[in-house]
Ligand binder design. Structure first.
Ligand SMILES: Cc1ncc(COP(=O)(O)O)c(C=O)c1O
Length: 389
């Protein structure tokens, strides 16, 4: 069935040869070069330098320095946050790397609600990533808020929670336009950048965004469960009243005083002792993305997904992912009623690692520092073969 389909493997090989970012793949540990790993949008690959960095951390700083290493570990969440700030268009002092997306979202929803005491509605999309919906539902239930699905009406909304990139279709929301619309309606908006950070050339400041959270284990290649981040625009930081009062956000942490007084910087979002090993791995991944350059990464992401969608069209695979590159994140999805079993067969028999997403999507992720055009070729080729053998 695939005779005469445009997009030969030779063409993919040529695209890889012409790819200015191709060399960055050598920075990663690739156990099997024949596997088409199209899941870097769930868990990024392992940077070689992270293995060395974590090894050095454990030998020199933990084993060697023991408790004394806390002198330079204490402010690591903010230092790593400052590295990340440059990648998402934030300024120094506006980003802190800590905890998980779920925890950070919980904190920011609480804090944002306190800033809109006269409103009782939280808006979230019905198709939003589950943890975001659950956090919103949980807060609404325990504090008596109404949850509204969708963002058409915002004039009575206190807080809207939105992903910049849809985790199913990869559709991208217009960050600046939707931030402006929410603010004009008097609503605060918390952006979930989990599928955007390290992939898109996000400009939080330029878009006027005030609050965001996101993860570091996808496109930032920080490793499994690496800590998430929180962004708060500088002029809002001191107004942030977050609900988890831990000693790491206490203004004078080691005074061990009787009362909780939060710090005045973005560190007021910290909770308890940060996981230094995970933070170190996150820092290493963030550093790689910063070195490669987010504009180049974003451009390659668009090229990979454009190539993937053109292959889908040629192979007769249905995709709900946007054709407009400005509206598309780092993956493209294939819709099929047997998506779950197809995804399993791709991994078991074809060396193609993708994701199944309910109810009917095979998600093919393109992580610009590691994904080759040949991976996209092979992934789509194998998908078409499994769909119509
Ligand atoms: C949009 C989005 N939000 C949140 C999460 C997960 O949050 P956590 O890091 O707390 O598991 C994911 C994970 O894939 C995600 O895609």
């Amino acid at each position: 069935m695939m005779e005469g389909v445009p997009g030969s493997r030779d063409e993919a090989v040529a695209l890889d040869a012409a790819d200015p970012l191709a060399g960055w793949r050598d920075e990663f540990l690739i156990p099997d070069p024949d596997v088409a790993y199209l899941d870097g949008n769930s868990l990024g690959m392992t940077p070689r330098r992270t293995i060395e960095r974590v090894d050095a951390l454990m030998r020199d700083e933990w084993a060697g320095g023991l408790i004394g290493s806390w002198d330079h570990w204490l402010d690591l969440p903010q230092r790593v946050g400052d590295e990340l700030a440059a990648i998402v268009g934030a300024r120094h002092g506006e980003v802190v790397v800590h905890d998980s997306v779920t925890i950070n979202l919980y904190q920011l929803v609480h804090a944002a609600l306190a800033l809109r005491p006269d409103r009782r509605v939280i808006a979230v999309a019905s198709g939003e990533f589950p943890t975001d919906r659950y956090v919103v539902d949980g807060i609404a239930r325990s504090h008596g808020y109404e949850v509204r699905h969708g963002f058409e009406r915002l004039d009575d909304v206190a807080v809207a929670v939105r992903s910049l990139v849809d985790y199913r279709t990869a559709e991208v929301v217009d960050l600046a336009a939707e931030t402006a619309r929410a603010h004009a309606a008097g609503a605060l908006i918390i952006w979930d950048l989990s599928h955007a950070a390290g992939l898109l050339d996000v400009d939080l400041r330029g878009a006027g965004a005030q609050l965001a959270i996101g993860c570091t284990y996808k496109y930032l290649n920080g490793g499994p469960g690496s800590p998430a981040f929180s962004y708060v625009a500088a002029d809002l930081i001191e107004q942030i009243d977050q609900p988890i009062w831990g000693w790491f956000s206490q203004v004078d942490q080691f005074a061990m005083g009787p009362d909780y007084v939060p710090r005045s910087d973005v560190g007021r979002l910290l909770v308890g002792t940060p996981g230094i090993i995970g933070l170190t791995a996150a820092a290493s991944g963030i550093e790689l993305s910063a070195e490669a350059g987010i504009a180049s990464i974003a451009a390659k992401g668009r090229a990979l997904t454009a190539y993937g969608l053109s292959r889908c069209e040629a192979l007769g695979l249905e995709s709900p992912s946007p054709t407009d590159p400005a509206r598309r994140g780092g993956h493209f999805s294939v819709r099929h009623p047997d998506a779950a079993s197809i995804t399993r067969i791709l991994a078991a028999d074809h060396g193609v690692i993708a994701d199944f997403r309910e109810p009917d999507l095979i998600r093919l992720g393109c992580s610009p520092l590691t994904t080759r055009f040949t991976d996209v070729h092979d992934g789509t080729h194998a998908t078409a073969r499994v769909v119509a053998p």
